[in-house]
Write a protein that binds this ligand. Structure first.
Ligand code: SME
Length: 154
C-alpha cells in the first residue's frame, strides 16, 4: 500500500507536540517511518557534528557511527546539500554498506536555522524502492521535522 505522507506528517506533529527534546523526537520520527513504509531495512538520522556525520536515532541494524563529508550517499547528500535518490547503491561511487541487504537508498539533507543539521537516511532491500512520490512525501516529512527541530534543544 502507498504511504499516506500527509497523515504521516500529521502523526509526526502530534507525536512531537510540546516535546522540546531532540533525541526523543528523532527516535519517534524514525519509528514512524519504520512503521509506515514497506520494504525498508533502515531509517534514521546522521547529525552534522564537528565536521562529520554522526549516527543518530534510527531503526534497523547497527550502523557505522561516523561518515566524513563527501563519503557515501549520506556524505554526498550533505556535501552537495541535495537529496540523493539512489536506485542501485552498488553503482553509487563510495557507497557505505552498513547493512549488506540494502539495494536502494534515499538521503535528504536537513537544516536548522539555515545551517546543515544532518541527514535523513532510508535504505531498502529492493532496487528502485523510492518513487518520485516517495521522494516528494519524504521531503515534506523532512521539512516538517526541520520545523520541529527549530524548537528543540540538543
Ligand atoms: N549507506 C550509507 C551509510 C549509512 S547506512 O545506510 C545506515 C551511505 O552510503 O552513506
Amino acid at each position: 500500500m502507498k504511504p499516506d505522507y500527509t497523515r504521516i506528517c500529521q502523526r509526526l506533529r502530534v507525536l512531537t507536540e510540546n516535546i522540546p527534546y531532540e533525541t526523543a523526537n528523532l527516535a519517534n520520527a524514525s519509528a514512524l517511518l519504520w512503521q509506515n513504509l514497506e520494504d525498508i531495512n533502515w531509517a534514521g538520522f546522521y547529525q552534522w557534528i564537528d565536521g562529520i556525520l554522526v549516527l543518530g536515532p534510527f531503526q534497523g541494524k547497527p550502523a557505522c557511527v561516523k561518515i566524513p563529508m563527501g563519503k557515501g550517499v549520506c556524505g554526498a547528500a550533505a556535501a552537495r546539500d541535495v537529496m540523493q535518490l539512489v536506485d542501485n547503491v552498488h553503482e553509487f561511487p563510495g557507497h557505505i554498506a552498513c547493512d549488506g541487504a540494502s539495494n536502494s537508498e534515499i538521503v535528504i539533507p536537513l537544516h536548522v536555522k539555515g545551517e546543515l543539521w544532518g541527514v535523513l537516511d532510508i535504505d531498502s532491500p529492493l532496487y528502485s524502492r523510492f518513487s518520485p512520490e516517495d521522494a516528494a512525501g519524504l521531503v515534506r516529512f523532512a521539512q516538517t521535522l526541520e520545523e520541529i527541530l527549530e524548537t528543540c534543544s540538543r
